[in-house]
Design a protein around this ligand. Structure first.
Ligand code: MLT
Length: 332
């Protein structure tokens, strides 16, 4: 072969090997190249688990890999949060944080082993879920007033189920007790799913839970909704008043959630997940399905990492004050 042609041929082969190599590396590095786990820190079947699985499934439809939900439950979600904070920051373990684990926990748990703002990076904020005050169907409490009146007469004698200290159901119940000036005995569970089983079974008197999992139980006749914690009544709960318009003017409670990654996670992970979620939000079948469960789908400009961080900071300030004023004792 003519030396000039040989050299040119070598260059072509070398260049295509380089291009092939780059393609191989890019394909290997493209995120996600294997299933991603979302840690959900409450029991299977509860409201956090339910909304996380719904969102995970829809987000995964925009990704080349599945999203797997794992439930390390306990201690008001802080067991899972701690595990997520220590996970490898490679984008394959993400965390579904919420009002309790990301805002209230630092003021409730003295030796908390993670810092919600420093140990995590925000990815996107889920839709919010209002709550509903529940009793067993056939309970002697027919209205919120019945329940609060008895609690007033018999301080500490009514049992109130929660998903553990610092969970959303606990924070809302403490807020309710402080606002109504009553005392309940709080019974902690690993999630409101198991608390609801005991409510239906008559082992506890009442609980507050998110609308998404309560609705089928109310429609199925197992539970009775006494009142909503939303600003206005909701068409999904016909005939159910709000606490704000009846017993406790101005009383509002709602659960917010966000997807988080351990600090140090590459920005491409945050952007890939955020973009997948924004595509999901553009799908009206998805958002209508959430609204049917009483879930508040937020406007897009409140969903991204920056608004989520800003919101979590304001929520920390709010819960620090509420916890101090309500004198909510930290666990031992
Ligand atoms: C809570 O914080 O109360 C949780 O939403 C409970 C749960 O998901 O089980």
């Amino acid at each position: 072969m003519n030396p000039f042609i040989r050299t040119a041929w070598r260059l072509v082969v070398g260049a295509s090997a380089l291009v092939g190599g780059l393609h191989g590396a890019a394909a290997q590095d493209a995120y996600p190249s294997r299933p991603v786990t979302w840690l959900v820190p409450f029991a299977v079947g509860g409201p956090t688990d339910a909304i996380a699985r719904t969102v995970a499934q829809r987000v995964a439809a925009e990704l080349p890999q599945p999203v797997i939900v794992d439930n390390p439950a306990g201690a008001g979600g802080t067991v899972g949060a701690q595990r997520a904070a220590r996970a490898k920051a490679d984008g394959y373990t993400l965390f579904v944080g919420h009002i309790g684990t990301m805002a209230a926990a630092p003021y409730l748990f003295k030796g908390l082993k993670y810092d919600p703002l420093k140990d995590f990076v925000p990815i996107f904020r889920f839709p919010d879920t209002p709550m509903v005050l529940l009793v067993k169907n056939g309970s002697r409490f027919k209205t919120a007033n019945d329940l609060l009146e008895e609690a007033r007469k018999k301080p500490g004698q009514l049992s109130f189920g929660t998903a553990g200290v610092g969970s959303s159901s606990h924070l809302a119940a403490e807020h309710l007790a402080a606002t109504a000036k009553v005392q309940f005995t709080f019974i902690p569970y690993k999630g409101t799913g198991p608390a609801m089983t005991d409510l239906v079974g008559g082992q506890i008197d009442a609980m507050l839970d998110q609308t998404n999992v309560s609705l089928p139980q109310i429609q199925g006749g197992r539970l009775k909704a006494l009142a909503l914690t939303s600003q206005s009544p909701m068409p999904q709960f016909p005939g159910v008043p709000t606490l704000a318009e009846t017993e406790l003017p101005g009383f509002l409670a709602s659960t917010w959630y966000g997807l988080y990654a351990p600090a140090g996670t590459p920005p491409v992970v945050v952007e890939t997940m955020r973009a997948a979620y924004m595509k999901a939000l553009a799908d009206t079948a998805f958002t209508d399905g959430l609204r049917k469960q009483g879930i508040d789908v937020l406007p897009n400009d409140r969903v991204g990492p920056a608004p989520l961080r800003e919101f979590a900071v304001s929520e920390q300030k709010k819960w620090e004050r509420v916890i101090r004023e309500a004198n909510i004792a930290p666990p031992l």
